[in-house]
Design a binder for this molecule. Structure first.
Ligand code: TNX
Length: 528
C-alpha cells in the first residue's frame, strides 16, 4: 500500500467512527450560551452537546449529609410534575455514574463562599459541586432554568428533556439578597407567603423580611400579650377581616423558608406604626386610653410611650417570644416615620430596644432613621429614604442594606396608568428598577459597607397574591440580578432579552406579571 492510500484509509476510518458515534448519540447539539439565566451567572462555558433527562436518570448525593439529600429530593420534586419522572435519590461515594445528576460538597475557591456552585453538564451526566448545601440549592435553581421551559408546568408534558452542555461557575456579589412583605396593611396567609418564598427561591434570594406589625394590624401571636392578635389583628386597610399567624404557623413558614435557604427576618415596627398595639392595650398609651383600630393608609401618627416602664416590659416580652421562634440571626425593629416622637425620646428608645434584641441573642436591623441613635456592634441600617441617615450609619460603623424607594419599592406604580400602588417615590418601571449600582448609589458608601439589597412590598393597595405578583414581577428579577451578578456583567439590553425569553416560564408558572412595554412591545418593522 502506498502512503497516499494509507492516509486515505485512515481518514476514512476516522470519519466512519466519528459518524457512527455521532449518529448513535441522538442528543442534539445545543448551545448553553443561548439559555436565559436570571440572575446572570459569573461564567458560562458552552461545550456544544446536550444531556437528556430521562425517566431512569438518577440523582446521586455524595455521602450521607441530610441537607444534601434534602436538596436532592427538592430537585426530584421539582422535576416530577412536568416530566412525570419519579427520580430516585441515593447516597453514593462513586463520582461518575452516567445518566445521573450528582450533588456533592467539595472545597471550592474562596470566592464561591457558602452560596456559590459549579454546574457541569456533559452528554453523560450533570454535576453540581459547592462548598455547602446552600450552594447546591442555588445551583439547582440554575439547572432548573436551563431545562426546557415546560419544566415549570404542573401537569405531565409530552416531550424530551434535553439540556445544553457546558460549565457554569457562579457565586453572589452581596451576602444579603432580600425581599420584604408587609402583611400588616393587608394580611397574607401562610399559604400565600410560602408561594412567595418559592418564587423568591427561584431567583436565589436568601432573606424574607416580614413586616409583622403596623397601625392597621398586629400579625404574630404573642402568648404573653394575647390581645395584640385577638383585637389588633382583627382588621386591615379598608376594614376587611385581617388575620394573624399563630406561633405554630409562623414556625411552619420559617421552616419552609429554611428548606429553601431563605432566612425569615421578623419586624416589629416601633415606636411609631404601633396603632394596632396601642388599640389592644390601653396601658401602652400615654393617656391610658386605647385608640380605635385604624384602617386608613396615613403614616406617622402613632407612638409607644417611650417614657413608660411598661413599654419596655412589653417590648421585652414580644422580642423574647419572637427570638425564640426565629432561628435567623436578625430581628428588625422598624424605627421609621416616628413623626410624633421627639428625637430626644427616640434616641434613648432605640438604644434600649437594641439592648433588648441583643440580650435575646439577635442582631438588630432598623430603617435608616435608627442611625440617629448609638448603633451597637452589628446593628444594620436599612436605607430607604434619607441618604444622610445611611451615611451617618456608615460613620457609626454599621453595614447597610439598600432599599432605595425609587428603585426597589415594589409598591411604586410602574407608570401613570398602573392601577395598584403608590407614587410618592416616583414611577419605577423595569428599567429603572434594574439600572443602578449599589456600590455607587450613595456617595461615601462603597461595596464593603453594603450587606446587600432588599425589595420591599408595602401593601396599602395590594390585597391578594395576584396583585402581589403583578407589582413584584418582573422587576424583582432585576433586583435579584443586582444582588447576585457582578456589575461588570450587567447590561440592560442583555437583561431585557433574557427577561423576555424567561417570561415564557412565568407564563407557564401562572405568575401574573406586568408586561412592560419596555420588554414586551414588539418593535415596529423598520422599512428600508
Ligand atoms: C414608607 S418605607 C413607609 C411605609 C409605607 C411606605 C409606602 C418605610 C420604612 N415606611 O410605612 O408603607 O412608605 O410606600
Amino acid at each position: 500500500m502506498n502512503i497516499k492510500k494509507l492516509i486515505f484509509s485512515v481518514a476514512l476510518f476516522v470519519v466512519v467512527i466519528l459518524f457512527t458515534s455521532w449518529s448513535q448519540s441522538k442528543n442534539p447539539r445545543m448551545n448553553l450560551l443561548n439559555e436565559a439565566i436570571l440572575p446572570k451567572p459569573v461564567s458560562v462555558t458552552a461545550s456544544g452537546s446536550s444531556f437528556e433527562l430521562k425517566a431512569n436518570t438518577k440523582i446521586f448525593v455524595d455521602g450521607e449529609s441530610v441537607a444534601l439529600l434534602k436538596a436532592g429530593h427538592y430537585l426530584a420534586n421539582l422535576i416530577k410534575p412536568a416530566t412525570g419522572f419519579d427520580i430516585e435519590v441515593t447516597s453514593t461515594s462513586k463520582k461518575s455514574n452516567s445518566n445521573s445528576i450528582y450533588l456533592s460538597i467539595s472545597k471550592l475557591e474562596p470566592e464561591f463562599g457558602n452560596e456559590g456552585y459549579k454546574l457541569k453538564i456533559t452528554g453523560k451526566n450533570v454535576s453540581i459541586i459547592a462548598n455547602s448545601p446552600e450552594g447546591i440549592f442555588r445551583g439547582i435553581q440554575t439547572f432548573r432554568q436551563i431545562l426546557p421551559k415546560e419544566i415549570e408546568a404542573t401537569t405531565k408534558q409530552k416531550k424530551s428533556w434535553f439540556i445544553a452542555s457546558g460549565e457554569i461557575q457562579d457565586y453572589p456579589q452581596y451576602e444579603y439578597r432580600g425581599a420584604m412583605l408587609d402583611v400588616a396593611r393587608h394580611f397574607f396567609n401562610a399559604e400565600d407567603v410560602k408561594k412567595y418564598i418559592d418564587m423568591l427561591a427561584a431567583y436565589k434570594f436568601n432573606a424574607l423580611h416580614l413586616h409583622l406589625s403596623d397601625d392597621q394590624g398586629w400579625r404574630i401571636e404573642i402568648k404573653s400579650w394575647p390581645n395584640l392578635t385577638v383585637h389588633g389583628g382583627s382588621t386591615q386597610v379598608g376594614g376587611g377581616k385581617g388575620g394573624f399567624y399563630t406561633q405554630e404557623k409562623y414556625k411552619e413558614i420559617v421552616e419552609y423558608a429554611q428548606e429553601r435557604y431563605i432566612t425569615i427576618i421578623p419586624e416589629i415596627d416601633m415606636p411609631g406604626h404601633t396603632n394596632a398595639a396601642l388599640a389592644s392595650y390601653p396601658e401602652l398609651n400615654s393617656s391610658g386610653e386605647a385608640p380605635e383600630l385604624y384602617t386608613g393608609i396615613k403614616v406617622g401618627f402613632s407612638s409607644l410611650d417611650t417614657n413608660k416602664d411598661i413599654t419596655y416590659q412589653f417590648i421585652s416580652d414580644v422580642i423574647k417570644e419572637l427570638a425564640e421562634m426565629t432561628p435567623g440571626p436578625y430581628i428588625h425593629i422598624g424605627g421609621d416615620e416616628s413623626h410624633v416622637t421627639s428625637l430626644e425620646d427616640y434616641i434613648p428608645f432605640i438604644n434600649k430596644v437594641q439592648d433588648i434584641v441583643l440580650a435575646n441573642g439577635k442582631k438588630v436591623i432598623g430603617w435608616d432613621e435608627i442611625a440617629h441613635a448609638d448603633l451597637k456592634t452589628n446593628t444594620i441600617v436599612q436605607f430607604w429614604a434619607r441618604i444622610e441617615n445611611a451615611q451617618k450609619g456608615v460613620d457609626k460603623k454599621a453595614q447597610i442594606i439598600l432599599s432605595p424607594a425609587n428603585k426597589t419599592y415594589l409598591d411604586m406604580k410602574y407608570d401613570s396608568i398602573t392601577k395598584l400602588g403608590l407614587k410618592w417615590a416616583g414611577y419605577v418601571d423595569v428599567d429603572s428598577a434594574y439600572v443602578w449600582n449599589p456600590s455607587t448609589f450613595i456617595s461615601g458608601i462603597s461595596k464593603k459597607d453594603i450587606l446587600g439589597i432588599e425589595s420591599p412590598l408595602w401593601t396599602e393597595t395590594v390585597t391578594n397574591i395576584e396583585e402581589l405578583e403583578f407589582m413584584v414581577f418582573p422587576r424583582i428579577i432585576g433586583h435579584a440580578e443586582i444582588g447576585w451578578t457582578p456589575d461588570s456583567l450587567r447590561d440592560w439590553n442583555d437583561f431585557k432579552v433574557r427577561l423576555k425569553k424567561h417570561s415564557e416560564r412565568l407564563k407557564i408558572k401562572g405568575i401574573n406579571y406586568y408586561t412592560s412595554d419596555l420588554i414586551f412591545k414588539v418593535a415596529p418593522e423598520t422599512k428600508n
